[in-house]
Ligand binder design. Sequence first.
Ligand code: AMP
Ligand code: ZN
Ligand code: FE
Ligand code: FE
Length: 290
Amino acid sequence: MRIDLHTHSRVSDGTQTPTELVVAARAAGLDVVALTDHDTAAGWDEAADAALAAGITLVRGMEISTRHRGQGVHLLAYLPDPEHPALRAELERIVDGRGSRAPAMLAALHALGIELTLDDIATDGVPGRPHVADALVRAGVVASRDEAFARYLDEGRPAYVDRYAAPLTGTIEAVTAAGGVSVVAHPWGRGRRAALPPEELAALARLGLAGVEVDHQDHDPGVREELRALARDLDLVATGSSDHHGLGKTDHDLGCHTTAVAEYERLLDRAATAAIASTRAVPALVTPAD
Ligand code: AMP
Ligand code: ZN
Ligand code: FE
Ligand code: FE
């Protein structure tokens, strides 16, 4: 069984529709794929239809923008009821923050003599920095998304604009209350390690965190082994995933990292326990009849 638990569609900052993503996952030889667009469940229904048609299991998830100890932390949430009031309120605040940030980024670029409009960064979902980056590529200002981030959009660069992110601990609690499970995405990637040293991950585990993403392109092999050992000590599920963004990110092909079956089953067990305790109407796995 090949299992990839972290992917993005055009509903956030990937480049494929949810249908195209699911079809590509099947073509890549995956048996299970999770759709985890940033801060939204908007792609779930389309992905579920596509999964049934393609004969692949779909896990409905999302990647929530949170903050912890002053640093951004991405929290993967699997199988929560997105209509749970506390979770829904946080998602709405994050999406509102993205919405008001978009014109602010355009104004910052205008001040640099670069003219882009809201139409230039329009998307199927909510615009984020990658959409601005793509517009800069189309306008011929930069050659790639990476160059756009490095020159304009990364924190500390001239068109960077901060936005709302949900408090990490409250979000873990909201996901549990919504009947889902949470896994910290790439916890020790891209300088994020300072926000989440081992004792912090231990505290989050006591609060209900179910797992950590161990095998991810942002972690070098040494970091993966350290994190895997820590996950074992803390009884956290260790996942591995591609963080695929279609053509939006290179070296993140579907299935480039996968999750072991035993870890996947532990995650589903934790989700089932949370679902029962929550009494919420949680999304089921979409499992094609075999
Ligand atoms: P946002 O959520 O709008 O702040 O944008 C952050 C997203 O941009 C991340 O989730 C990544 O998918 C993407 N991203 C961040 N840094 C880079 C980079 N240097 N190059 C390409 N994509 C990036
Ligand atoms: Zn992304
Ligand atoms: Fe992420
Ligand atoms: Fe991601």
